[in-house]
Ligand binder design. Sequence first.
Ligand SMILES: C=C(O[C@@H]1C=C(C(=O)O)C=C[C@H]1O)C(=O)O
Length: 258
Amino acid sequence: MKKMTITAVSYLNTKPLLYGLLQSPIANSIDLSLDIPSMCAQKLLTGEADLGLVPVAVIPDIPNARIISDYCIGTNRYVKTVGIYADQPIETLTDLYLDHHSRTSVALSKVLLRDHWKLSPRLLPASDGYIDKIGGSVGGVVIGDRTIGLEERFAYFYDLGNAWYEFKQLPFVFAAWVSNRKIPDAFLQPFNEALKTGVEAIPQLMYLLNTPNDHFDLEQYFTKNINYELDAPKKQALEVFLGMLTGKPVRHQELVGL
Ligand SMILES: C=C(O[C@@H]1C=C(C(=O)O)C=C[C@H]1O)C(=O)O
């Protein structure tokens, strides 16, 4: 049987999901690659991957995209690893770099700037090394593992999970498992089961993974900051967010193809 080609986010927060997948009965039926989120989206769009953990902001751009799992990369409020970093308060920023790894957080930043903070700094495209250009009146959106330790480097950090919560009183979904083709139920069922097993194995994972630095509490990150269940409040958040991006109502039922 042809293997299922899967692209998943290469960051720390995906490890519990990967741990479950790699130990599951379907592990040998998977051809896995780890990529930065913007590349995960690209691989699904071009057909290089059959399914992927992709930034939710790209779902409206991928024809026939469907969410195929009850697990995601989400947060109930403080995500910790997605934010705006700056030397000065956000109100005083003239320019803001937008992380090229990201699709969702870039879109979320634009929504929050326009409708929550009501600010309009100049938005700059980022490339490798851009974090070193943050300073003075120039801020930057940064996501993923590159954020670890940045709180000590910059005076201001605006957690985008928390900013969205203050704006909408909802949790948030950054990435979801998406496919744009028919995946057999015989694969999907054990796939979902594997993700569940991985999330339940977080206490054991603590024995296998290094804590990135002394100030980073990995277990708290996996259990309090990141929230993996695509539950009803997160589905509602997804409807609201994608509705704001597309300018028309989005129903979760349509996203899962029911
Ligand atoms: C929570 C995070 O969310 C990530 C943010 C993404 C985006 O902004 O497009 C995509 C995938 C997620 O893994 C993180 O980067 O730490």
